[in-house]
Design a protein around this ligand. Structure first.
Ligand code: GLA
Length: 410
């Protein structure tokens, strides 16, 4: 990337601080909902899913290829660990009611494929549906939850995405709870991903049932549609946290339609909002630009921050936006996002975006990989190209104990 100009100016508002403290208290109260106790998803899951790129065109060799590409590219060292098989792996049920994998696509059997993926040090995910059939009209799990969960555990599955087609109008929460209970009863920790497309506002009830929940319809390889996924997801930001995440759907980065700026924005915003980072592209064929985006450690670090607070939209003006989120150790992330068709100067004053400017911050540009010095003036700003982002990590210059004493130094 080319260099971009930045500047800062400083300010402190005690009134704002009091409001922020009050908000923090309220959020803590809201956050008492118990998470599903399978110990998984303390940070958003990272990995690969077959659906966006390959749909039903899946085969055991393809899955192995993706797993090997994850290792060979070094992506697994950055946290990408799940290899998730989406719809179309299943074909029928046997005479005892157990699900059977498609023998043409998976001639070695699912257990053997999963063992192969595990041997590489990766985890393996499967897909099913809380209905009679899956969305691609393969057999679903409704009425077979226990048998399916038992078999998944026997196969050593690590992750289940659970869809909502062909549900016969039966109660949604009950259908998802039944599979959650069946998975828990196996004793194997299996990450449970609810995919009911945001129909019944799952953020408000799914935390005790699963580890992530889709907040909107299927993502499409289309810039405006991707932004819709982001916007619908934003509404639920207060409900995400360790153990349970809002899911705006699998990434489209690297699938050949988005520009590099758009791909960078898509990835950065997904990271900031603590979305699962499930790659949806062909890991065997990536340009260096795409690889650079999905392997940006500093952006991934926003996503995997242990505090687990979902960043959200703080300001919006003339197609430019400021998104921000709290990180651990009193650090912050700020993303300046330009949705408009023209280059724009975007300014984020800390006072305006709910960041407590009671301390000067060190500012680092996490796309330029460059320290920009101390923000003395209570703001960051940048010239941002159309559809692109600038992203910053703010670190307090003084530890919290010294702040009262030294805050007016800056
Ligand atoms: C639904 C889901 C998608 C994908 C397909 C598979 O549309 O929302 O994410 O799993 O089914 O058929």
């Amino acid at each position: 990337m080319t260099d971009r100009p930045s500047n800062f100016s400083g300010a402190v508002s005690m009134a704002l601080l009091k409001v922020l403290a009050l908000i923090a208290v309220v959020l803590n109260i809201l956050d008492t909902t118990v998470a599903l106790e399978n110990g998984l998803g303390l940070t958003p899951p990272m990995g690969f899913n077959t659906w966006n790129k390959f749909a039903c065109d899946i085969h055991e060799d393809l899955v192995k290829d993706m797993a090997h590409a994850m290792i060979d590219s070094g992506l697994h060292k950055l946290g990408y660990q799940y290899i998730n098989l989406d719809d179309c792996w299943q074909i029928t049920r046997n005479e005892t009611g157990y699900i059977v994998e498609d023998p043409n696509a998976f001639p070695s059997g699912m257990a053997s494929l999963i063992a192969h993926v595990h041997d590489l040090g990766l985890k393996f995910g499967l897909y099913s549906d809380a209905g009679l059939r899956t969305c691609a009209i393969r057999p679903g799990s409704l009425g077979y939850e226990t048998k399916d969960a038992v078999l998944y555990a026997e196969w050593e599955v690590d992750f289940l995405k659970y869809d909502n087609c062909w549900n016969l109008g039966k109660d949604l929460k009950t259908r998802y709870q039944t599979m959650s209970d069946a998975l828990n009863a196996t004793g194997r920790p299996i990450f449970f991903s609810l995919c009911e497309w945001g129909e019944q506002d799952p953020a408000t009830w799914a935390r005790p049932i699963g580890n992530m929940w889709r907040t909107f319809q299927d993502i499409r390889n289309d810039w405006n549609w991707i932004l819709s996924c982001l916007d619908y997801n934003d509404k639920w930001h207060q409900y995400a946290g360790p153990g349970g995440w809002n899911d705006p759907d699998i990434l489209e980065v690297g699938n050949g339609v988005l520009s590099i700026a758009e791909s960078r924005s898509h990835f950065t915003l997904w990271a900031l909002v603590k979305a699962p980072l499930l790659l949806g592209n062909d890991l065997r064929n990536m340009t260096s630009d795409i690889f650079e985006i999905i392997s940006n450690k500093e952006v991934i670090a926003l996503n995997q921050d242990p505090l687990g607070i979902q960043g959200n939209k703080r300001l919006s003006m003339n197609g430019t936006e400021v998104w921000a989120g709290d990180l651990s150790n009193n650090e912050y992330a700020i993303v300046l996002f330009n949705r408009s068709d023209k280059e724009a100067d975007i300014v984020a004053k800390f006072d305006d975006i709910g960041i407590a400017a009671n301390s000067p911050f060190f500012v680092r540009d996490i796309w330029m990989h460059k320290d920009l010095g101390i923000a003395h003036s209570g703001m960051v700003s940048a010239k941002v190209a159309s559809h692109d982002v600038a992203a910053f990590r703010l670190k307090p210059v003084f530890p919290p104990t010294l702040r009262g004493k030294y805050h007016n130094i800056a």
